[in-house]
Design a binder for this molecule. Structure first.
Ligand SMILES: *Cc1c(COP(=O)(O)O)cnc(C)c1O
Length: 237
């Protein structure tokens, strides 16, 4: 068995164990395999082993990789999204985890309407109120929620967060708890279900699952260290 497939099995086992510790079925947590900086070949290998959902954080990189890969792959966009790139991204993605403003959601809604489709989105919330990061604040997500829920082509499925970089990954647990509590509050306030919680990365996904994560975004624990960024089609895999 290749090292990559062994890593996939190991991550899946750790996910299942964390889900079991929180009394949930393994299937209640989706693994988003974050393939950024890694070539299409490794994505193909993982897809061949049954992995279906892959995450990319740069539009250009996704547009280079996705066309050559099996159409059974479901792409999730997880990086900061500039409004002028929505149109090019949309045909390729099932979900966007990083919607960080009402204006961006409205752009996605308008372009999805032009394409006659819907797209799932997570609202990225900066629960630590870290000034350097993208995302809604707790206040702005509360304020904009009704407008966001009224969009007809955008399905708000839940919340996403990227905690601060910390020396000890267990220190991220409070951010995961905060995101879950905010989600619970918003569900009551808006009277709508927000089942999705996109939280947890390679170093902390087990804690995130214990705190209710439904989507873990895992890169380096699967693929190893990130490679230099792929910039164009001309560059070899
Ligand atoms: C790169 C990235 C990940 C994966 O990070 P790892 O630590 O390699 O698992 C998850 N989420 C986002 C938004 C990312 O940009």
């Amino acid at each position: 068995m290749s090292e990559l497939i062994e890593s996939l099995d190991r991550v899946r086992e750790r996910m299942a164990a964390a889900a079991a510790r929180s009394g949930r079925a393994a299937e209640s947590v989706e693994l988003v395999a974050v393939s950024k900086t890694h070539p299409a070949g490794v994505v193909r290998e993982l897809a061949g082993a049954g992995q279906r959902v892959f995450g990319e954080s740069k539009v250009q990189e996704l547009l280079v990789k996705a066309p050559d890969l099996p159409s059974s792959i479901r792409w999730h966009f997880i990086g900061h999204l500039q409004r002028n790139k929505v149109r090019r991204l949309l045909p390729w993605v099932e979900a966007i985890h990083s919607v960080d403003s009402l204006a961006l959601a409205e752009d996605i809604d308008r372009m999805a309407a032009e394409e006659g489709r819907r797209v799932d989105v997570f609202l990225q919330v900066n629960v630590a109120d870290d000034a350097a990061k993208f995302g809604f604040s707790r206040e702005s997500v509360r304020r904009d929620l009704d407008s966001l829920m009224s969009l007809s082509r955008v399905s708000v499925v839940g919340l996403m967060t990227i905690p601060a970089l910390v020396d000890d990954p267990e220190k991220n647990r409070p951010a995961f708890v905060a995101l879950r509590r905010l989600r619970d509050d918003l569900e009551v306030a808006a009277g709508v279900p927000l089942p999705g919680l996109s939280m947890g990365m390679s170093d902390d996904f087990e804690w995130a699952i214990e705190e209710g994560s439904t989507h873990v975004r895992v890169g380096s624990a699967l693929f190893g260290r990130r490679r230099p960024v792929i910039r164009s089609k001309a560059e070899p895999d």
